[in-house]
Unconditional design. Structure first.
Length: 359
């Protein structure tokens, strides 16, 4: 294989092998009753590491000019694939430490342990941006510009309209039946809204930082926009496949949601816009429409669903993400984002991503 062919196919081979490795790891974890999510991520790491190490050893005796170097890019910086691996390793190590400390101290309730993973993702992002990439943290998608609230608000509005279209049709056609929650006082309503706001806001921000943040942006450098979108969206969908009541349809729709949110990031080059859309979708779906969110049905809702209608339409107990309405709305929204010229970056994102000179 010529060097040009090798460079062209390397990341596609690595991605395919890593996905297979991750799926095998998740299956093994399931049979051993271990955490599938952590083993899935470990499978990705081992898969990329294995194929990269083999190819590196094969090419090591050759000329290690910048164009042939599997460790460094032509600018003599660490290639994006290795940076993603380091990011994942740091995230898993920090998460393990935080979980161990939380369980030993018994400060964090067991149901809230999952929150710690996104704190680990934040720590890993800061480490990678500052010490590996030599850039400012805001360059990952949190720039200071005059359109911050407009982008969050626009995303929130679009996410609200989208989920209301899906849930509204289900309710209007009688596929989902709702009854007002009994003993619902104003104080309890405000409390439930506040808890839902914090819960879904935290998870939306954490998932955007993980799936549209540093790893996604690093992969864009090595694979291009399309390759990075496909890879991270597939991971996004597969990691939700272990949720309660998940189906093949729900996984496919979650992959589509990953594409939708990835395009939202690329249109603005910030995480404000996809965060707003992601946050609104989950919050409105759960609290106001009282429908399950990716298999999670809380008791912090206005109504109580009594019937979910046909699964292909409503998604059943997994929620709208497993129904055909979500498929249609996500495809339409993604096409709209791609074609709408009014949605564009409000700052010079190329300049912000430049490396900071060492002092």
């Amino acid at each position: 294989m010529h060097q040009s062919d090798f460079s062209q196919w390397f990341w596609y081979i690595a991605v395919s092998y890593s996905i297979i490795s991750a799926l095998v790891s998740a299956v093994i974890a399931r049979t051993k009753q271990r955490d599938q999510g952590n083993w899935f991520l470990l499978g990705i790491i081992f898969g990329i590491f294995a194929i990269s190490a083999l190819l590196l050893m094969k090419k090591l005796p050759d000329e290690l000019a910048p164009g042939n170097n599997l460790l460094l890019n032509p600018d003599r910086h660490l290639r994006s694939g290795w940076r993603v691996i380091i990011f994942l390793v740091i995230s898993l190590v920090v998460n393990s430490l935080l979980v161990s400390l939380a369980r030993l101290s018994r400060v964090v309730p067991e149901p809230s342990i999952l929150f710690l993973f996104y704190i680990a993702v934040l720590v890993s992002t800061v480490v990678m941006i500052k010490y590996i990439d030599s850039r400012r943290f805001v360059s990952v998608g949190f720039p200071y510009h005059g359109a911050i609230f407009r982008e969050i608000g626009l995303g929130f509005l679009i996410g609200t309209v989208m989920i209301c279209l899906v849930g509204g049709f289900e309710i209007a056609f009688g596929a989902v039946k709702l009854s007002l929650r009994s003993n619902l006082s104003i104080i309890l309503l405000v409390r439930n809204f506040g808890l839902s706001f914090l819960f879904f806001g935290f998870f939306a921000l954490g998932e955007e930082l993980l799936f549209r943040g540093y790893p996604f942006q690093a992969l864009i450098e090595g694979m291009g926009n399309v390759g990075a979108i496909i890879f991270m969206s597939v991971i996004f969908g597969l990691l939700h496949s272990g949720n309660p009541e998940a189906t093949v349809f729900s996984t496919a729709n979650t992959i589509l949601a990953g594409v939708w949110l990835s395009v939202a990031y690329l249109k603005t080059r910030t995480l404000y816009f996809p965060f707003g859309a992601h946050f609104a979708w989950n919050l409105v779906q759960s609290f106001f429409l009282s429908l399950p969110v990716s298999g999670l049905l809380t008791n912090r809702t206005i109504f109580v669903p009594t019937d979910f209608g046909p699964d292909w339409f409503t998604g059943g107990r997994y929620g709208p993400e497993a129904g055909v309405g979500t498929t249609v709305v996500l495809i339409a929204a993604t096409v709209f984002f791609i074609l709408d010229k009014r949605i564009k970056p409000a700052y010079d994102y190329v300049a912000l991503k430049e490396r900071v000179a060492a002092k």
